[in-house]
Design a protein around this ligand. Structure first.
Ligand SMILES: Nc1nc2c(ncn2[C@@H]2O[C@H](COP(=O)(O)OP(=O)(O)O)[C@@H](O)[C@H]2O)c(=O)[nH]1
Ligand SMILES: [Mg+2]
Length: 308
């Protein structure tokens, strides 16, 4: 069953990819079999992370970016870690909305992920889904996350290029609002540039970050303005990073992080099983009653589980 699924994924069968993503989400052991088999065919896709606060226009912007990439004959996959995200794909299809549905899916693959509330689980699932879309031949994989939790930031780090989307705001809170963003963003996009205050926001951001690190750009997803320039900037950055070796460095770094994450998950699952939920509850009770301290409890539990 798995090998047939693998063949279908490599033949770009949308339903096979959807089935495999469901296996990943359900943590079905078959998922690993599939992922092992397809991994050799991955490593080609350009993964673009799009993050930022809710309502800044990420989904709308992704719709427009997708249309632009499709115009450039590049295939696109979209993974949204916010189930409320709505993609019209109207931008992609224009007048051709009456196209048969499977054909629509063949052009642009879209899948949403629900947050799990368990740190690490979500980013692992999204990383696996990226591998699938990569193996099915998507040139571009866009991952939308809301830039709030640890998981969402982890996911942004799975991308080669990270866009942080902001919208015009009033006041002098630039530094506070953009504190963590500068570190993860390759490009800061002031979306909704059609609204008042956009030029001033852009000016303030450039005052904080300079011209290029991160690059600060304006766009209006609603009016489809600045989209071509944004795609140009994304592509230029990628070409540049391929030339100067930073792309290769990032690739290596992502593989190292993936290994560490998988090892961490495996070690922890093993340990949790050996320790058992009962022992965890018992020790929590003892600690709460101050009959033992958490440090000694950890030492004891680790020893019991066979760790030194
Ligand atoms: N004025 C204006 N509104 C926009 C623009 N882009 C998105 N919006 C609107 O902002 C709202 C939130 O957009 P959405 O893409 O769902 O934001 P997300 O939560 O960041 O994914 C929607 O009502 C959009 O129509 C823009 O460039 N200008
Ligand atoms: Mg959205």
């Amino acid at each position: 069953m798995s090998s047939e699924l693998v063949q279908r994924i490599l033949k770009r069968d949308v339903r096979a990819v959807a089935t495999a993503i469901t296996l990943i989400e359900n943590r079905d052991p078959k998922a690993q079999t599939v992922l092992k088999a397809i991994y050799g065919q991955t490593g080609r896709a350009h993964v673009i992370g799009v993050t930022g606060a809710a309502g800044t226009g990420k989904s709308t912007l992704i719709d427009r970016l997708t249309a632009e990439y499709r115009r450039r004959k590049r295939s696109v996959g979209i993974l949204a870690v916010d189930p409320s995200s709505v993609f019209s794909t109207g931008a992609v299809l224009g007048d051709r909305v009456r196209l048969r549905e499977h054909f629509l899916d063949g052009e642009v693959f879209i899948r949403s992920f629900a947050s799990r509330g368990e740190t690490g689980g979500l980013s692992a699932a999204v990383r696996d889904a990226i591998h699938l879309l990569d193996a099915m031949g998507k040139d571009i994989v866009i991952v939308e996350t809301i830039g709030v939790g640890q998981d969402e930031l982890e996911i942004a780090k799975l991308a080669y290029t990270v866009l942080v989307v902001l919208m015009p705001y009033i006041g002098d809170e630039v530094q506070a609002m953009t504190a963590g963003y500068g570190e993860i963003a390759d490009i800061l996009v002031v979306n909704k540039a059609d609204l008042a205050g956009a030029a001033e926001t852009l000016r303030q951001l450039k005052a904080v970050f300079g011209e290029s690190d991160p690059l600060v750009m304006a766009a209006s997803a609603l009016k489809n303005e600045g989209i071509n320039a944004l795609v140009e900037a994304i592509e230029q950055r990628r070409a540049q990073s391929l030339r100067n070796g930073s792309y290769e460095k990032k690739r290596l770094d992502l593989c190292r992080q993936e290994l560490l994450a998988l090892l961490r998950a495996r070690i922890f699952a093993d340990l949790a099983q050996k320790i058992g939920a009962d022992s965890l509850d018992e020790n929590a009770r003892l600690i709460a009653d101050r009959r033992v301290d958490p440090y000694s409890a950890t030492e004891q539990m680790a020893k019991k589980a066979g760790l030194t």
